[in-house]
Design a protein around this ligand. Structure first.
Ligand code: HPA
Length: 239
């Protein structure tokens, strides 16, 4: 039991999937896990633990933004022994060649700041995904006949961004997409020697203005969860 996670020791699996939205955690646990039971409900958050192909898995909301994710990532790793943490979420495309529904595997995550910035001080730290997880996710996506885009993303502190110049500079430097959590997830995981990856689906396009509706978001969420679960156990993602 920690300040933000009302679970008992052993209630949290070593493998944790982290959607931003707690409702998505409930939906994903019901749809993808066997014998799922709720292990956290503190502050309206949702965490469920069950099994996938016999492997124990927890699906726990991260909330929106790096300060929220940081709380859960710290407690999940430090207090509950999570070792593999995979963010599953949506992102806004920053390259013209990307399309809605495309799957992005975030190799690195740039940021202006993260909750870890104070600790890292003058360091321009480069948060990166765990290589083994990234490789397994590429394989899992390909088995599911999805060609993922692998590269750098931007973890922003603002959804309603007023710095068009910053977005343009990131686009010019090959950044694939923007979201709001991965840089801190990668940094916290690295600090504790845990494995982390962000598997993202393009839900909106910063250049074209295109956006998925709610139902389409849900469908593409399913493909992402299959890839994330298969990557965690280096299994195949079909079905
Ligand atoms: N900005 C930040 N986070 C996001 C976006 C965006 O445009 N789309 C999905 N997550």
């Amino acid at each position: 039991m920690t300040i933000h996670i009302g679970a008992e020791p052993g209630d949290i699996a070593p493998t944790v999937l982290l959607p931003g939205d707690p409702k998505r955690a409930i939906w994903a646990a019901e749809k993808f896990l066997d014998d799922a039971r709720q292990v956290n409900a503190v502050r309206g958050m949702a965490g469920y633990t069950g099994t996938w192909r016999g492997h124990p898995v927890t699906i726990h909301g991260s909330g929106m933004g790096m300060p929220s994710l940081s709380i859960y990532a710290n407690e999940l790793i430090r207090d509950f022994g999570a070792r593999t943490l995979i963010r599953i979420g949506s992102c806004g495309a920053m390259q013209p060649a990307l399309e809605l529904h495309d799957v992005i595997l975030a190799m690195t995550a740039s940021s202006v700041s993260t909750p870890s910035s104070t600790l890292l001080r003058e360091l321009n730290y480069a948060p990166c995904a765990d290589w083994g997880l990234l490789r397994a996710a590429v394989r899992a996506a390909e088995v599911a006949e999805i060609t993922p885009h692998v590269g750098g993303i931007y973890s922003s502190d603002t959804f309603y961004d007023e710095r068009a110049d910053l977005s343009q500079a990131l686009t010019r430097h090959g950044t694939l997409a923007v979201e709001m959590e991965a840089a801190e997830l990668y940094t916290v995981a690295a600090r504790y020697g845990a494995r982390a990856l962000a598997v993202l689906t393009v839900s909106d396009h910063l250049i074209t203005g295109a956006a998925l509706d709610a139902e389409a978001r849900e469908r593409s969420f399913g493909a992402m969860i299959n890839i994330a679960l298969a990557a965690a156990f280096d299994a195949d993602a079909a079905g």
